[in-house]
Each structure stands twice: as structure tokens, then as C-alpha cells.
Write a protein that binds this ligand. Structure first.
Ligand code: SDX
Length: 430
């Protein structure tokens, strides 16, 4: 609903563009007709000032450090809820009733197994491949096995594809882990909850019974909740753009996984733990703080800063609490890397360079320490992020597909290359 207009004046010409307000957050100027009327584009590399879509799934207030999923604060969902009810909320817009929760959990549980022929895909990879390479490959290959849920125009098929993605990601991720450590695959079990099932698929071995530690399962589930969705981040925007061409949902999620892999995005949890290990001891922190400020040094504090949060990432606070809970439960009272992380945070958040730029710990700063304590190797951290974020990608993809105004995403450019040149035959070139 247009509330007022924005006026653009260039020379003696003026144009009016409607300003629209959301339920909360910044207004937008609807410039969809800008090129048609002015023969000019906007220019916004990195989309720092661009709203790419209208959505009612997740809202972030970067200055206040607030994250809402369908209006519910991440703090409440992480503390009082669980991952599958968060999935229901993100997909269908409401927290489930007891009957809906039971039905949703059952529907997910009975989709956790993979087509058995897919297990052979793994053997085509080197054992020392990064597990994210396996995730991109195997998830993309789902469309070669589940043809009955690739017709994006059929709401039924969209729903089955959504459930299959949420249900099968833990199985695919656990198999990626088992393959890289040379252990046999462990199949999902229908008598375990979502996070517990994932832990047993990762850490059970045929040689003995495996008992899931309930504290670890609760921590794993909460970590999944914290990573579930996050508005129009790079990987979600990738999924939306891929989906705007009509590509099948499995291919779109594989594209999202590929984008998440980068160290500036989901790969930061792996990079942050590697950085903490490189720092090693608190006395080396000043050296790394200086490097992070040095414009001639590409080094950045991994797990710090965010495009939207210019305050503390609310997920980082919950992750830090979870980290302490897991370490305490495991009896790890003197983790030197945690000491480095807490000292680094203390110094950085007081440093004018970081304060002026609104650089605070983000979700990736403490997640690595927690995941390592849960028994995962560093190269599995982004895999776990992609497992949890799948529901967010799927929810955003569905919203885009179901939007009657949806069209293929096709940005333009500011061209600064060569203008026309005549062709020169190769024997005439110097
Ligand atoms: C995730 O978008 C999402 O929502 C992502 C995510 C999700 O849930 O989907 O939240 C998950 O990706 C979290 C972010 C994980 N990435 C990292 O921790 C990598 C380290 N962080 C940076 O690379 C950076 O902060 C970004 C990429 C996260 C954000 O970069 P922006 O918004 O493009 O900011 P910028 O590069 O323009 O930086 C602004 C200033 C610059 O200095 P000046 O040019 O103003 O002097 O801050 C500096 C930057 O040099 N800066 C940092 C820094 N991050 C920004 N300086 C040192 N260390 C850092 N980490």
C-alpha cells in the first residue's frame, strides 16, 4: 500500500515513485518503473540499500540486535521451542498445535531415509574431499531420484519436496561425515528425535551401542534453531534467484549450499575456529587486532561483523550460553580456545575501530568451539549450518514461488568496458 511518494529530480525532469511501508522496519521506494520512465538503472553492488523482495518470514532489526521468525523472537524459540516446530513456523507461518506438531514430526521422520542408490554417490569423491563438496553434489543429485516432487507448480509436490529436504539433510550430512572419516554409514532411526537421530548417524559405530547424550542433543537442536533462517542473506538470495528461473527445489538448495560455503558467509564458523587456533594464546590477540585494522592486510576477525547487525547478533549470545553449557556438561572447564575467544571479544568490543563500525561477534564466533566440543571436525561446521538453513531456504523459496508477482530475477549493470571495435583477423594482430 503506497503511503506517499518519493520525488526524483534530474535536471528539469522529475518523477514520482511510491513509498511503501512494511509492518515494521525501513520503508521502501518502489522503483520498479525507474528504467521505463528515466532510462536509468540504480547502482547498488552488494545490495547494501536494496530490498529484493517482500517477505513475511523473518525480520531483523540490526541496530537493536533483534531477530524474529514470523514475529517470534529467536531467544524464545531457542529457549522454549525446538527445531521441528521452528520448521513448521517458518514453512506454514504458525507454531504447530500439539496434533500438528505430532503429525509434522512423523511426516519428517518417515522421509529421513535416502534412496539407497544415492549412498553410492559418495564413493565417487575422494575421502579427503571437503564435506561441503559432497553436500553440493549429493543434494543437487536429489533431483535425479525424487522426480515426483520437482514440479514446482504443484503445491502438493512443493510440500513433499520441502519435507524431503528437511528430513534428508541430516542423513546426507551424516553420511558426508562418515565417508570422510572412513566409517560405515549409519542409517536414521524412527524412534529418535531430529537432533538425536543426527548425532547417532554421525557418531554411532557398528562395534557398540551408541547412547545419545540428551544435553548434547538439546544443544544440537538449539544450534539448528539459531541457524534456521535469516532474511535475505547471500545464500537465501541465491536460492530465490535460482528458484525464480523455475529450477527444481533440490537444485536451488544445492545452489544455496554452494553460496553458504564462502568464508564471508557460512564458512566463517570454520574460519573463526581456525583463526582462534592460529591466535593460540591471549597474549597474541593484540597482534591480530592490529592486523584486522590494517587496510593493507586482508585479514579480518572471522566471526565478527555483519551486514545487518550493527549491534550484538542475538544468536551469538545464545550460542555463547550454549557453548558454556556444553563445555560444562562435558567437564571441559579450561578450554584455552574459549579463553582466547572470550578475551578477544572483550578487547574487540571495547576497541574504537570495532565500535565505530558496529562490529560485534556474529553467530559464527562461538559456534565453532561448541561444535568441536560436540565432536565435529572443523570442516563439518558449515555442513551443519547448511543442514539447519535448509528450512529457511525452502520457506523463502516457497514464498517466492507462491507470490503471484513472481518473475525471473535479472539485474542489469553499469557497463564500463570497450564500446564497438572492428574485428581483426588473427594474421593482422600484432
Ligand atoms: C553470516 O547476511 C547474513 O545474515 C549472514 C548470516 C546468516 O545467518 O545468513 O548472518 C551468517 O554470514 C555471518 C557473517 C559471517 N562472516 C564473518 O564472520 C566473516 C568476517 N566478517 C566480515 O567479512 C564482514 O563483517 C561481513 C562480510 C560479515 C559483512 O561485511 P559488509 O557488511 O560488507 O561490511 P564491510 O565489508 O563493508 O565492512 C565495513 C567496515 C570495513 O572497514 P572500513 O572500510 O569502513 O574502514 O568494517 C570492516 C571493513 O574493513 N570490517 C571488519 C570486519 N568486518 C567488517 N574489520 C575487521 N574484521 C571484520 N570481521
Amino acid at each position: 500500500m503506497a503511503d506517499e511518494n518519493a520525488t526524483l529530480r534530474i535536471g528539469d525532469e522529475t518523477w514520482e515513485f511510491p513509498i511503501r511501508s512494511g509492518s515494521v522496519g525501513p520503508d521502501v521506494m518502489d522503483i520498479g518503473t525507474l528504467y521505463k520512465h528515466t532510462d536509468r538503472f540504480t547502482f547498488d553492488p552488494g545490495f547494501t540499500s536494496t530490498a529484493s523482495c517482500e517477505s513475511n518470514i523473518t525480520y531483523i532489526d540490526g541496530d537493536a540486535g533483534i531477530l524474529l521468525h514470523r514475529g517470534y523472537a529467536i531467544d524464545d524459540l531457542a529457549e522454549h521451542g525446538d527445531f521441528l516446530e521452528t520448521c513448521h513456523l517458518l514453512l506454514y507461518g504458525e507454531l504447530p498445535t500439539p496434533a500438528q506438531k505430532k503429525d509434522f514430526e512423523e511426516r519428517v521422520t518417515y522421509h529421513t531415509m535416502l534412496h539407497d542408490q544415492m549412498t553410492r554417490l559418495y564413493s565417487g569423491f575422494r575421502r579427503d574431499a571437503h564435506p561441503m563438496a559432497l553436500m553440493v553434489g549429493v543434494v543437487g543429485a536429489l533431483s535425479a531420484f525424487y522426480h515426483d516432487s520437482t514440479d514446482i507448480t504443484d503445491p502438493e509436490q512443493r510440500d513433499i519436496a520441502s519435507l524431503r529436504m528437511i528430513a534428508k539433510m541430516p542423513t546426507i550430512a551424516a553420511m558426508a561425515y562418515k565417508y570422510t572419516v572412513g566409517q560405515p554409514f549409519v542409517y536414521p532411526r524412527n524412534d529418535l528425535g531430529y537432533a538425536a537421530n543426527f548425532l547417532q548417524m554421525c557418531f554411532a559405530v557398528p562395534a557398540e551401542d551408541y547412547k545419545v547424550n540428551p544435553v548434547m542433543a538439546r544443544a544440537m537442536d538449539r544450534i539448528f534453531v539459531l541457524h534456521a533462517d535469516h532474511e535475505q542473506n547471500a545464500s537465501t538470495s541465491t536460492v530465490r534467484l535460482a528458484g525464480s528461473s523455475g529450477a527444481n527445489p533440490f537444485a536451488c538448495i544445492a545452489a544455496g549450499i554452494a553460496c553458504l560455503w564462502g568464508p564471508a558467509h557460512g564458512g566463517a564458523n570454520e574460519a573463526a575456529l581456525n583463526m582462534l587456533h592460529e591466535i593460540g594464546t591471549p597474549d597474541r590477540i593484540p597482534e591480530f587486532i592490529a592486523r584486522a585494522k590494517d587496510k593493507n592486510d586482508p585479514f579480518r576477525l572471522m566471526g565478527f561483523g555483519h551486514r545487518v547487525y550493527k549491534n550484538y547478533d542475538p544468536r551469538a549470545k545464545i550460542m555463547q550460553q550454549t557453548c558454556h553449557e556444553v563445555l560444562n556438561d562435558l567437564g571441559i572447564t579450561d578450554d584455552p580456545i574459549l579463553d582466547v575467544a572470550m578475551e578477544l571479544e572483550k578487547i574487540a568490543v571495547e576497541d574504537p575501530y570495532f565500535k565505530e563500525r558496529g562490529l560485534y561477534p556474529n553467530i559464527d564466533f562461538y559456534s565453532g568451539i561448541t561444535l568441536k566440543a560436540l565432536g565435529f571436525p572443523t570442516d563439518m561446521f558449515t555442513v551443519l549450518f547448511s543442514l539447519a538453513r535448509t528450512v529457511g531456504w525452502i520457506a523463502q523459496w516457497r514464498e517466492m514461488i507462491e507470490d503471484p508477482r513472481q518473475k525471473i530475477g535479472r539485474p542489469r549493470q553499469l557497463y564500463t568496458g570497450e564500446t564497438h571495435r572492428d574485428y581483426v583477423p588473427v594474421d593482422k594482430r600484432k
